[in-house]
Design a protein around this ligand. Structure first.
Ligand SMILES: [Zn+2]
Length: 403
């Protein structure tokens, strides 16, 4: 939109250090003008755990309204996340609903700043009012329980994608982090879930899934699927949480989009190796304690284990080029129409690359890609329109595409 260009040009002399961290005036312009969609921001979990007013600058968090505007973020998918523990305890559905309440309250408190977004058709109209648009993505299908009817209920509450599983195999699907691949992919219930998601117009998200589950989901879905926040295994060999070349290609061949994530654990090989080693060490620790329990012997201290692990495995410093390299590789592998962004802000304990630490930083990414020769029209696709295209296709493929 041209009037935003003009407005930002007028502001440039006042912006001072805004682009000192690696951005440029051209990058700031494009970040403001393009539709930026980020498909994974963990603000709701944080809101419920320790409430903050995200309409105001909140330096202890990675998402808030002032910095979203500064970074040009238009559509922020709020992650409605529940853990395998909450699934086991039967609290996942309640927690998910409370997180949705928290997002609604945030939008309701600041109707001048935030607007809830449930359809890609509303993006242009709503962003014209300087709103940051809040869409809902559910991370982990645990809140569904074994009840297919929950899908329509969460759809009615605004949920527009579901990551079928998180860090453990659940009723729907196997997880990449879980050595127990109980379903060899999707469960029979999981296959019904995908059909119902297609019918309702909820995007299927394959991030976190095992390889077999990812491939089955891509094949089974009638419409394109997304990976809402994944890295590429090319850079982190053996790390199943990141997509193999073959799976990235399969998602693209179906018309879908791979939303690349920023967390150091996903884009830095050492960090990914450490994470996998930790899973192994922690499994051994748990097994020793299970044996000790059986034998009536004293248990090892879990907090001490975690502390020692962190001391001996510091998070490696990682430059923004690690993310730029992933984008470059993905564009060459699967094409410019199938790559997007899913930061995982507020979801990786601050373990983010230099220059890509919160929602004010998208211009740094834009500047890095412009320096590598990306044209603005191609950058617009990566920044947001690819995801909006897939969302529109999923909506069009649903049973009630007309509202
Ligand atoms: Zn995640």
């Amino acid at each position: 939109m041209i009037h935003r260009y003009v407005a930002i040009l007028a502001l440039l002399p006042l912006m001072g250090n805004a682009y000192a961290a690696g951005s440029t005036p051209q990058a700031l312009l494009l970040a403001q003008d393009a539709v930026i969609v980020d498909t994974h921001i963990d603000a709701p979990t944080e809101l419920v755990a320790e409430w903050q007013d995200l309409g105001a600058l909140t330096p202890s968090r990675e998402f808030d309204y002032p910095r979203a505007r500064e970074g040009g973020l238009d559509v922020a998918f709020m992650s409605i996340y529940t853990s395998p523990d909450e699934d086991r305890l039967g609290t996942a559905r309640q927690i998910a609903n409370l997180q949705i309440d928290a997002v609604e309250a945030m939008a309701g408190r600041h109707p001048d700043k935030f607007a809830l977004l449930t359809s890609p058709r509303d993006v242009e109209r709503l962003r014209a009012g300087k709103h940051v648009l809040l869409a809902l993505g559910m991370e982990n299908g645990a809140p569904l329980g074994d009840d297919l009817a929950q899908l329509a209920k969460f759809h009615a509450r605004g949920v527009r994608y579901i990551t079928l599983a998180h860090s453990a195999s659940n009723r729907i699907s196997d997880s990449s982090y879980d050595r127990n691949h109980q379903w060899q992919g999707l469960s029979p219930f999981g296959k019904q879930v995908i059909a119902e998601m297609n019918r309702l117009g909820i995007m299927v998200d394959v991030s976190h899934l095992s390889d077999a589950a990812t491939l089955q989901a891509v094949q089974l879905s009638r419409v394109p699927v997304i990976a809402s926040h994944s890295g590429l295994r090319h850079f982190t060999p053996g790390f199943e949480r990141n997509l193999s070349d073959e799976l990235a290609k399969a998602i693209a061949a179906k018309g879908g989009v791979v939303q690349l994530t920023f967390g150091i654990g996903f884009v830095n090989r050492q960090a990914a190796d450490d994470l996998q080693a930790k899973f192994t060490a922690r499994a051994a620790f748990d097994a020793r304690n299970a044996e000790a329990t059986q034998a009536g012997k004293p248990l090892e201290d879990a907090a001490a284990f975690e502390k020692e692990w962190q001391r001996t495995h510091p998070i490696p410093e990682t430059p923004i080029t690690a993310v730029l390299d992933q984008i470059d590789y993905a564009v060459k592998l699967i094409g410019i129409d199938h790559v997007g962004l899913g930061s995982d802000f507020d979801g990786v304990s601050g373990n983010l690359p230099e220059g890509l630490r919160n929602v004010a930083d998208y211009p740094n990414l834009v500047a890095g890609l412009q320096a590598r020769g990306y044209k603005d029209d191609d950058l617009r696709k990566i920044l947001g329109t690819n995801l909006l295209r897939v969302w529109a296709a999923v909506e069009a493929g649903s049973e009630h595409p007309q509202r």
